[in-house]
Design a protein around this ligand. Structure first.
Ligand code: GLN
Length: 537
């Protein structure tokens, strides 16, 4: 019988449910169980593809082309598995399916109602995602008390009634604020969240207490009494990123295990360990990320929107993760400076102090000229450069303009440009905007003798994609004559997948997003080699 662990969040959003879920998954994997994870997003969008990353964080791309909330990325990184798009459930998908079924006549004669049809469809999807796995983690996005959460909590309760309380467990991740004027950790918001969860018929089996510092005994006692739980079910989860911490989320499973969380969870679900966990490689990776002796400094040139007093670095989460994996494998810490491309346009930033420059993916014309200047600087000054997706398209534009002397641009930026070096190819035009890009894993053939072939140590590689535009095949020859090597192409030779400049310390760009296939102990080869070049630099 498959076991289900539901993870909900109390008090505030952004409390770290995703990392907690991923960490729990990793722990149970270490005990020998086959694990998968499902993310529920209670919004009406069918997927995250049309949402603004600066508001919602990065859009994660699955191997099968799903555009998903970034939490799925953490699940993949912690669990080292590929998770399909069906593991993301949104309110939009549920209603779309029900309405399509109703129109088809599947419910002929029936009234289609919120109860039972909505929770039934949610349960059907959760079970389908969990098919064949021993344990399924289900993270319900948002915060307890949100109106949007209700159908999902109802479905969780209903699944519990259906398969029995021994097969379902509930974890609430909560936050304990320390108001500045009191300097004391407060438990009241957590108490209220427990109350709200109970109003939905769900009693938490474990409370994970996030906070700036660890939970002390008196507060633990308060929560324990309020929640009617045994004290070992209240688990402290202090911040792991920031000054005075390990400064990496990968320490979380190790911290949980200090509290024997894995054993407690297995006990609750009537399971016993299938193997002895081995955390040695994981601990070494954590040690290197937080304490490797040397540091490389990377400029990540992006388009950053201020959100009030905050800036959301989450829009490039997987790039930062892949850099830290590449750093750990090279035994260096990676410091990322988030450079606003607008500041480069006005020459406010000096890029010469960096060991390497990255231009990541992006959309639209905002800030592109600054990114192009950064690429020109890296090319001319022999600074290691990695271009990802838009970063490759802009590198090609830079090369076309400054080496091939073409008045070139992408039609995404200027539809009337004389040389449409980045163009929309037939078949990609005139469609809806949701879910219609080139999405998911695609194979590239690597050029024999190229640097990229040496990096991947293979002649064919599959990376994930998310883009609408392509390097215009009509210009491949011109670019190659100018000295840009198109070192990876789609099988039919039409699409440029990798470009490189021979003789440069490291000048590689790809139409793909290799950051989506990088794991803490198994970095993406291209990120690993980029960091290696940055160290030499
Ligand atoms: N805007 C570009 C395109 O759609 C690049 C997309 C990206 O960087 N993910 O082709």
């Amino acid at each position: 019988m498959t076991k289900y662990i539901f993870v909900t969040g109390g008090v505030i959003s952004g409390v770290g449910k995703g990392v907690a879920t991923a960490s729990i998954g990793r722990i149970l994997k270490e005990y020998g169980y086959s694990i998968t994870a499902v993310k529920i997003d209670p919004y009406i969008n069918c997927d995250a593809g049309t949402m603004r990353p600066t508001e919602h964080g990065e859009v994660w791309v699955t191997e099968d082309g799903g555009e998903i909330d970034q939490d799925l990325g953490n699940y993949e990184r912690f669990l080292e598995i590929s998770i399909p798009k069906l593991n993301n459930i949104t309110t939009g998908q549920i209603y779309k399916t029900l309405i399509e079924k109703e129109r088809r006549g599947d419910f002929l004669g029936e009234t289609v109602s919120f109860i039972p049809h909505v929770p039934d469809e949610i349960k059907r999807r959760i079970k389908k995602a969990g098919d064949g796995f021993e344990i399924v983690l289900v993270e319900i996005g948002g915060t307890i008390g949100d109106y949007e959460n209700i159908p999902f909590l109802f479905a969780a309760k209903s699944l519990e009634a259906e398969i029995g309380i021994n097969n379902v467990c509930h974890i609430m991740v909560t936050y304990l604020p320390i108001p500045g004027h009191l300097s004391e950790m407060k438990t009241k918001p957590t108490q209220l969240s427990i109350k709200l969860l109970r109003e939905n018929g769900i009693s938490p089996d474990f409370i994970l207490c996030r906070g700036k510092t660890a939970l002390d005994e008196p507060r633990k006692k308060k929560i324990e009494v309020y929640a009617n739980l045994k004290s070992d079910c209240v688990i402290s989860a202090p911040d792991v990123v920031g000054p005075g911490t390990a400064d990496t989320i990968y320490v979380v499973p190790l911290n949980f295990e200090k509290d024997h969380f894995g054993k407690k969870l297995m006990d609750r679900l009537g399971l016993s360990k299938k193997k002895e966990p081995n955390w040695s490689a994981w601990s070494e990776m954590v040690r290197r990320i937080s304490a490797a002796p040397n540091v490389v400094n990377i400029a990540l040139v992006g388009k950053y929107l201020d959100i009030g007093d905050f800036q959301l670095k989450d829009s490039y989460l997987s790039v930062a993760a892949a850099l830290s994996h590449g750093g750990a494998a090279n035994n260096v810490r990676v410091n990322i400076d988030w450079i606003n491309s607008k500041d480069i346009e006005s020459w406010k930033t000096d890029l010469s102090k960096y060991d390497g420059i990255i231009v990541p993916g992006g959309f639209g014309s905002n800030g592109v000229e600054g990114k192009i200047l950064a690429i020109e600087f890296a090319r001319k000054n022999n600074i290691p450069f990695l271009g990802l997706c838009y970063g490759m398209q802009l590198a090609v534009i830079e090369f076309a303009r400054n080496v091939c002397n073409l008045d070139a641009n992408s039609v995404e930026i200027n539809p009337n440009t004389p040389h449409k070096i980045i163009d929309i190819l037939p078949g990609m035009q005139g469609q809806d905007l949701g879910g219609t890009m080139r999405l998911g894993g695609y194979l590239a053939q690597l050029k024999p003798g190229s640097r990229i072939e040496a990096i991947y140590k293979t002649s064919e590689v599959s990376e994930r994609h998310r883009h609408r535009y392509e390097v215009n095949p009509d210009y491949h020859d011109t670019l190659e004559k100018g000295g840009l090597v198109i070192s990876g192409k789609s099988k039919d030779g039409r699409l440029a997948e990798f470009v490189e400049i021979p003789g440069h310390k490291f000048f590689i760009a790809t139409q793909a997003h290799p950051e989506f296939k990088s794991y803490p102990m198994r970095p993406s080869p291209i990120f690993y080699e980029f960091i290696k070049s940055c160290i030499k630099n």
